[in-house]
Design a protein around this ligand. Sequence first.
Ligand SMILES: *[C@@H]1O[C@H](CO)[C@@H](O)[C@H](O)[C@H]1NC(C)=O
Ligand SMILES: *[C@@H]1O[C@H](CO)[C@@H](O)[C@H](O)[C@H]1NC(C)=O
Ligand SMILES: *[C@@H]1O[C@H](CO)[C@@H](O)[C@H](O)[C@H]1NC(C)=O
Length: 352
Amino acid sequence: MNTSPLLNSLLVLLQFVIVSLTYDHREEEMDKRRTSNVCRSSSECPQNSLCEPRGGGVEFTEGQCVCRSGYFMKASGKKRECIMIADYGELCFMNEQCEFRLGKESFCNNRQCACKPKAHYVVTENACFNNSKIGEYCRLTSNCVVEKTTCQHGQCRCHFGYHANMDKSSCLKNIYLNEKCYADEECVVEHSSCQDNECKCKASHVQASQEAECLPLATSLYQPCQQDSQCSSIPNSYCGENSTCICQRDHHDINAVRIIKNSTPEDEIVTFEISFNFFQRCWSSVRLNGICESDENCVIAHSSCINKRCTCDEGFHETRDKFCSNATTVQISSLLLLLSSIALVFTSLRLL
Ligand SMILES: *[C@@H]1O[C@H](CO)[C@@H](O)[C@H](O)[C@H]1NC(C)=O
Ligand SMILES: *[C@@H]1O[C@H](CO)[C@@H](O)[C@H](O)[C@H]1NC(C)=O
Ligand SMILES: *[C@@H]1O[C@H](CO)[C@@H](O)[C@H](O)[C@H]1NC(C)=O
């Protein structure tokens, strides 16, 4: 298979970068081993150092003392010493021995290289790193001590598909609705918990039919909703007008304005007055002479439940179009009363 020239040049570039990185690292360590002592032979150099020719020329006239591999140069005043580098757990007598490879968060503890109290050792890096828990500042992923965490945007965060538990001491796999679980804190959907080993919406919520979320259960009428199941705690209600829980068409709430004469079927819904008390129940709407259980069932104005039937209240009578009225009766009766009084007066006059 032919590789493209672009890919080839990229590979060459990558190789170059890798080589220069390794070179830099070795150079750096080499620098720390140079004592800058001028020498002609190794016998002139401090202990554990060798005389290295300068400039790499053939003629070896003057060189520089360089600590042996595994040693570093430590200057104190004019004195230059080559001291053994110590790795994690190895014997030491000064902090610098440990710090050389293990970094600034290491120290010589009881003659053994260890990490500082708030740091930990990372084998793959062969160095000590400050401890960072979930949500704490980090510079590198090596700082993050909790399993399945990486340093993202300067903070230790759980891997994709995981989330922190309550006390942020571990990362838990994200469990969605209707998936198997062992503890509440595994369930990631808001308002869900682990019930019978499955993540389910809490009692105060219902699962959305379309999306994987828990919607709040309405506790009274006219509370906001997106779907009918949210209104299920109020019997005979549904998610209707204005995305609120409202009574079904043949039902009404206790504060509904009673239906009066000349109101159209549309009015019956609209005229249901909205007040914010006692919206816990939808009552079955019963018109005159219909079977009722309580006064609240009777929707016709000035009617009540008497002997299990919606009947006009005292002082009101049923009109031909099935409403309760006092006005006409009173007018007619007073007119009749007036007429009969007049008649009575006339009769009396005649009798006289
Ligand atoms: C590690 O922690 C110490 C003390 O909390 C702090 O002084 C030092 O700067 C930290 N090192 C890094 C690399 O963040
Ligand atoms: C719906 O909202 C409109 C406008 O805010 C309001 O007039 C109407 O009464 C509301 N209907 C119900 C049933 O809440
Ligand atoms: C008829 O009933 C209405 C409503 O209760 C009341 O306001 C009115 O005074 C009553 N009329 C008569 C004549 O009793």
